[in-house]
Ligand binder design. Structure first.
Ligand code: FES
Ligand SMILES: [Fe+2]
Length: 446
């Protein structure tokens, strides 16, 4: 069980949004944080324009010239594998007069052509042709200046592709810190690599993005909210427990780890996966032990890991694996895209079971996600009730559960709110600055 202490400078926050008084065992968040357009704008500049952000998985672009358009931090982007095989990310905005260059969701192309004046770019972003170029002086270097604009930074970790709009961002490894091990864990599930399965689950929550983050790191709601799912599990002869769960904090990121929590496709068998799957799982398991030894094989195969990479990625490595990308579009609206990840060499039957399990639990029509969405949207509706009520404590959310354990240095349990507090401290230090005011020293111009 993790006993990682929260970085000291973050604790004890007093800002317009966080009221933290550990002596009094108070930790509360002001509800304007979920409602305010000013906060939303501030998040764009202080969080989305500064941090590393998840973009996609390299397996989504298997062939040279494959591309997908994506929107991250409000910016339309082109996620592309160039004809030489390198993964790139450009702003989806013509350097000429600004038109979105790619207007299809995805495709394969040797060249990208802007429809407005037909400027044409190769997959490395060079401006390679344009109609009537003679009106531009050929010796002025304008072609060289007017290629597609790459984002400021792109790094790939175990095929997970991350970008940043911040030229001064630290290297990705430094940003992720200890959270990198969860990406490695997933990558190690296959010797030949992992792939995103075809199709995207896309839906919109009528809720602030931070409510989706809170929900994913909140084990407290599991039993009351997901009672239908729990009853179903029980009916399959399976019992679950929160006793062996812990929260890990790595830099800005929060992971919840549950050992021996339940079945995992291809890794840990349980009766509802069916007899045929049992032999396949055992064979796979033996191979993992061969590759990594008992201890790491068990860590990889038996544990549920839900990793939140601040700010826009949730990696659910649970019964099956789901990558969930959060894209805030308004204070009360968040677009979610989710993808299933599987070993490239997985037997088709197992992949079939994986998809079935995924859609039945954390898919948008599954037994869990609709409960979660209803909770998030009910909060967004509910917090309108107290807006502008200035009486003490009325317009605040309480996030103090387990604060005593946290003060003692752990253990941090998933059914407490320590992970959520860490998220809010991180958020507040960026949005309000470490001095607790609505201005971050040194952030001018970002
Ligand atoms: S705006 Fe793209 S070619 Fe003119
Ligand atoms: Fe949930």
């Amino acid at each position: 069980v993790a006993t990682v202490a929260v970085p000291a400078p973050l604790v004890g926050r007093q800002s317009p949004f966080i009221d933290e008084d550990l002596e009094a065992r108070i930790f509360r968040v002001h509800r304007d944080a979920f409602r305010s357009q000013a906060v939303f704008d501030r998040e764009r500049s202080q969080i989305w324009n500064r941090c590393w952000l998840y973009l996609g998985h390299a397996s989504e672009l298997p062939n040279p010239g494959d591309y997908k358009v994506r929107k991250i931090g409000g910016r339309p982007l082109i996620f592309i594998r160039d004809v030489k095989g390198t993964i790139r990310c450009f702003y989806n905005s013509c350097p000429h007069r600004g038109t979105t260059v790619c207007r299809q969701e995805e495709g394969n192309a040797r060249h990208l052509r802007c429809f407005y004046h037909a400027w044409t770019f190769d997959t490395e972003g060079h401006l390679v042709s344009l109609p009537s170029p003679d009106a531009y002086p050929s010796d002025s270097g304008f072609r060289e200046r007017l290629g597609l604009r790459p984002v400021a930074g792109l790094e790939i970790l175990h095929d997970f592709v991350f970008i940043t709009f911040n030229e001064q961002a630290p290297p990705l490894a430094e940003y992720l810190g200890g959270a990198a091990k969860f990406f490695e864990l997933v990558a190690n599930m296959s010797e030949v690599g992992m792939r995103v399965l075809p199709g995207t689950q896309r839906y919109t929550a009528r809720a602030n993005w931070k409510l989706l983050v809170e929900n994913a790191t909140d084990g407290y709601h599991f039993s009351p909210s997901h009672i239908t799912f729990l009853e179903y599990l029980k009916s399959t002869g399976f019992t679950t427990s929160d006793e062996v769960s812990s929260v890990e904090i790595h830099n800005n990121h929060v992971a919840s780890v549950q050992a021996g929590h339940g079945g995992r496709i291809g890794l840990a068998w349980e009766p509802r996966f069916g007899e045929a799957e049992r032999a396949r799982t055992e064979a796979n398991r033996a191979r993992l032990v061969e590759r990594f030894g008992e201890e790491y094989a068990s860590y990889l195969a038996d544990g549920f890991h839900t990793t939140y990479m601040f700010p826009n990625l949730l990696l659910f490595d649970i019964e099956s694996i789901s990558i969930r990308l959060l894209e805030p579009v308004a204070p009360n609206r968040t677009e979610v895209s989710a993808w299933a990840l599987a070993p490239i060499d997985e037997p088709a039957e197992t992949t079939g079971l994986r998809l079935k399990t995924l859609v039945s639990f954390i898919g948008p029509g599954g037994l869990a996600t609709p409960d979660d969405l209803e909770a998030q949207e009910a909060i967004q509706r509910g917090i309108e009730a107290t807006a502008d009520d200035r009486r003490d404590g009325v317009d605040w959310n309480d996030i103090s559960r387990g604060i005593d354990a946290e003060l003692r240095g752990g253990p941090l349990r998933t059914i407490d709110e320590a992970g959520i507090r860490h998220f809010w401290r991180t958020w507040d230090s960026m949005v309000c600055g470490n001095d607790g005011f609505f201005d971050t020293p040194g952030s001018a111009g970002r």
